[in-house]
Ligand binder design. Structure first.
Ligand SMILES: Nc1ncnc2c1ncn2[C@@H]1O[C@H](COP(=O)(O)OP(=O)(O)OP(=O)(O)O)[C@@H](O)[C@H]1O
Ligand SMILES: CCCC(=O)O
Length: 372
């Protein structure tokens, strides 16, 4: 009997590595195993950089595959979440040694997703198959107008949860019986980090890059007033690393309330904590301002507003967002992040010849949108 064909996917996050195996069926994919493997803070504290975590996470990922690969099945392809690479067009890229080297040793910023390509490649080599990344966080398809900031020295650029955003737009397209390539919508990905994006005919034409001005998130500061920030940089009170942490990792809800867990914040509010309520309300207020801003990018001519990510599991959040911006368009909720599934679907489109893949390095000019 022919062995079942499986796609392995891996999505490394700040504190966990999400792994999954999908069986390829004639009509699509069936998830046969999926785990969110959490990494205790004391384990990760032993490493000075994301790159140093590779061996540790590789062991965990290999154990996942050994535990879950059925005897009557074989892996036919692997996929990992793509990290902070150079600016790229959306789509699928085949992983090679050079891409692994770039992700580990020359990424544009430190981000757990930089380990996606090395981890997928490592499993692919074990099973002698090909590995891919899809829609990495450095997807940048901004048109020229979106790149203009208030200073030519600091042009705007994209940094975005491209994988989950494009996957949820595909889901909405199927639900509305429309082509993905025709969809126009605002997507609010609300997780540990947020990405609030305008999607125009399948392309992310603007988003709230949290290295610029953006709503604060459970752990990221988003936009802060620039002059006081410059003063703090030159005050001698902080190291660069301390200030980076204030913006990234220890900002947002965590800075105000000492927790990154929105469920805990909601529980405190239920128990009458007025300060927690103020901070929560401010977060919703900022999210809604950004949704409206992204709606304006689409001239409010859109198929709807999507809310997704872990925070979209909260009925309170969805209700409070609807109360502020529900008049702008229909709101669709896709709770949780669908990144592993989106990776598997991207690879399936490639295996079935419905989508072509790019090869690293991708010689892409974000200013013209051309691949040379
Ligand atoms: N049922 C829920 N109600 C409210 N908040 C929730 C719920 N489930 C998860 N969250 C919150 O969602 C946030 C984490 O979301 P998620 O798991 O999508 O993030 P992540 O994958 O770690 O990060 P990112 O989305 O930036 O890659 C946390 O603040 C968590 O408390
Ligand atoms: C695209 C990833 C954004 C973030 O982690 O904040």
């Amino acid at each position: 009997m022919e062995k079942a064909r499986l796609i392995f996917t891996v999505n490394p996050g700040a504190t966990s590595t999400k792994c999954a195996l999908y069986r390829v069926q004639e009509y699509g994919l069936v998830c046969v195993a999926s785990e969110n493997i959490e990494h205790p803070a004391q384990d990760l504290a032993a490493f000075n950089s994301i790159t140093e975590q590779l061996g540790y996470r590789e062991k965990v990922v290999k154990e996942f595959v050994e535990r879950n690969l059925p005897e009557n099945a074989r892996i036919v392809a692997c996929a990992g979440r793509g990290g902070m690479l150079t600016p790229l067009p959306s789509g699928v890229i085949k992983i090679n040694e050079e891409l692994v080297d770039f992700s580990l040793n020359r990424p544009v910023y430190q981000h757990a997703s930089n380990l996606g390509a090395p981890l997928a490649y490592s499993i692919a080599r074990l099973y002698n198959v090909e590995a891919f990344i899809a829609d990495p966080v450095s997807v940048d398809e901004f048109p020229p107008i979106a790149r203009i900031s208030g200073s030519p020295d600091f042009p705007r650029f994209s940094f975005v949860h491209a994988l989950n955003i494009r996957a949820t737009v595909r889901k909405l397209a199927a639900q509305l019986n429309k082509r993905f390539e025709d969809m126009r919508c605002v997507v609010a990905h609300l997780g540990g980090g947020f990405s609030i994006a305008a999607v125009d005919r399948g392309k992310i034409v603007d988003n709230d890059n949290r290295m610029e001005s953006a709503p604060f998130t459970p752990e990221r500061a988003g936009g802060v007033p620039p002059i006081p920030l410059i003063e703090a940089c030159f005050s001698g009170k902080y190291t660069k690393q301390q200030l980076m942490k204030k913006l990234y990792g220890e900002g947002g809800l965590y800075a105000y309330l000492g927790t990154k867990d929105l469920r805990e914040v909601l529980a405190r509010i239920k128990n009458g904590d007025d300060y927690a309520k103020l901070i929560y309300d401010a977060m919703i207020y900022q999210i809604c301002k950004e949704i409206a801003a992204m709606g304006s990018v689409l001239c409010f001519d859109m198929d709807g507003i999507i809310i997704t990510g872990g925070i979209a599991c909260s009925e309170e959040v969805v209700r409070d967002i609807k109360n502020r911006v529900g008049r702008l368009g229909n709101i669709y909720v896709f709770p949780g992040s669908n990144e592993n599934e989106a990776l598997a679907e991207s690879v399936l489109r490639v295996l079935q010849g419905r989508e072509s893949y790019m090869t690293w390095p991708v010689n892409y000019d974000p200013l013209t949108g051309r691949i040379n």
